[in-house]
Design a protein around this ligand. Structure first.
Ligand SMILES: Nc1ncnc2c1ncn2[C@@H]1O[C@H](COP(=O)(O)OP(=O)(O)O)[C@@H](O)[C@H]1O
Ligand SMILES: [Mg+2]
Length: 301
């Protein structure tokens, strides 16, 4: 609409869309209320995050159903990574961050004193954008976590008692690598350095490393954005498979990817606002918010 065509009604100001999708649209509560069967694995309520004086998330409330894929989409800087990091208290590590609100895991508040953060991050694992394997063997990348958590006992006592822990370790490594659809590609070179793997293999190794400590929730922050299309397709297939046993929350800026792999989608927009949340097909086919429609049809972002 050009300036001359614009009709300005005093009671209904014309919406001024900018390239970042700012508008005077008000989010309606029902746009973010999502009714689903089964229980919420994670229940987020009134989550506010500030970095210094800058607000990165504004009163976000969202329930994540268990054993499914929840996609978080929205333009760069809208708070997706911040939100994801709040779910296992990784944002506690950011000095300037102030977090208010509530996150419950299976009904238990995680933002309360006395929560064991090591245990929490074992239950809620994380996979990052850039594959970040340790510069160690493929085997050690997998067994590092279980060993640290004491799930793999390779101590002196076990050896004195004649327990062959290598056998347990082999089983655990194979199970995690199979679950991450990587076993067939690496089974003959488990003692090779993980950094020699391709990017896609490294990312599946990071997923296997996360699975090795037996998590319940897996958080993924743009896990395929550094990968080529074939490696991306493998990660997408894997995410869908993992949702049979785990609760997966995945940030992606790729809307086709969100539409392909997720059961429900949360759309964040500028200012750290959750604008719409619901069944993925519904969000993409029939969004309530004009800004969400503009975003998913590529008008900005
Ligand atoms: N560690 C940090 N320190 C200060 N500001 C941050 C930090 N991380 C993110 N931000 C700011 O918070 C806002 C949301 O960022 P982020 O959560 O990374 O968004 P997204 O993942 O959607 O791109 C941005 O304005 C960003 O600059
Ligand atoms: Mg991000």
């Amino acid at each position: 609409m050009s300036e001359t065509e614009a009709v300005h009604e005093p009671s209904e100001p014309a919406q001024q869309l900018t390239t970042s999708g700012e508008s005077d649209e008000r989010v309606r509560e029902e746009w973010t209320e999502y009714d689903f069967d089964g229980s919420a694995k994670l229940a987020v309520e009134d989550l506010d995050v500030h970095y210094g004086d800058e607000q990165a998330l504004q009163s976000v409330s969202l329930d994540v159903p268990e054993e499914s894929v929840t996609a978080l989409i929205g333009p760069s800087g809208c708070g997706k990574s911040t939100f994801l990091r709040c779910l296992n208290r990784m944002n506690d590590r950011v000095k300037s961050a102030r977090i208010d609100g509530s996150v419950r895991l299976d009904g238990e508040e995680i933002y309360t004193d006395g929560v064991n953060l090591v245990e929490l991050r074992k239950r809620i694992g994380m996979v990052f954008q850039e594959p970040n394997p340790f510069p160690k063997s493929i085997r050690d990348n997998i067994s590092y976590g279980p060993r640290k958590h004491g799930d793999l006992d390779t101590g002196l006592l076990a050896r004195l008692l004649g327990r062959d822990d290598r056998e347990d370790e082999d089983e655990l490594v194979e199970r995690a690598l199979r679950r991450a659809a990587l076993w067939d590609e690496v089974k003959d070179r488990l003692d090779d350095n993980a950094l020699g793997l391709s990017g896609g293999q490294q990312q599946r190794l990071c997923i296997a490393r996360c699975l090795a400590v037996d998590p319940e929730v897996i958080l993924m922050d743009e896990p395929a954005s550094a990968l080529d299309p074939i490696a991306t397709a493998k990660i997408e297939d894997l995410i869908e498979e993992l949702a049979e046993d785990y609760t997966v929350v995945v940030v992606t800026h790729n809307m086709q990817q969100a539409a392909r792999i997720s059961d429900q989608t949360a759309v964040f927009l500028t200012g750290g606002e959750l604008v719409e949340y619901g069944d993925t097909d519904r969000i993409f086919e029939n969004p309530e918010s004009q800004r969400v429609e503009d975003y998913i049809t590529g008008k900005f972002g």
